[in-house]
Write a protein that binds this ligand. Structure first.
Ligand SMILES: [Cu+2]
Length: 94
């Protein structure tokens, strides 16, 4: 059992979070998906997880996922948290 972390792009509200969580949960081997809107991250737990399948699932839901393997490259330091985007979801959501 292991966790996998992703950066998720394109989420703008709580419904987006649900969509991403749902999409991740449909991937074989996934036992849990924890998506955080404020930090735009997702933690997926499960067995024999395939990162490409997870990314595909998120993309299929209309969002973008980037594998965060924890190497801490930190290229996105200072990413805005929350306030920059409120409401106004894309047509895929609210
Ligand atoms: Cu939304």
């Amino acid at each position: 059992m292991s966790d996998m972390n992703f950066k998720i792009q394109g989420m703008t509200c709580a419904s987006c979070v649900r969509h991403v969580e749902k999409a991740l949960a449909t991937v074989p081997g996934v036992t849990g998906a924890d998506v955080n809107l404020a930090t735009e991250t997702a933690t997926v737990s499960g067995d024999g997880l395939n990162p490409m399948a997870l990314i595909k699932a998120v993309e299929g839901a209309g969002y973008e996922a980037i594998l965060d393997d924890g190497t801490g490259s930190g290229s996105e330091a200072g990413a805005p948290v929350g306030e920059s985007r409120t409401g106004a979801c894309g047509s895929h959501c609210c």
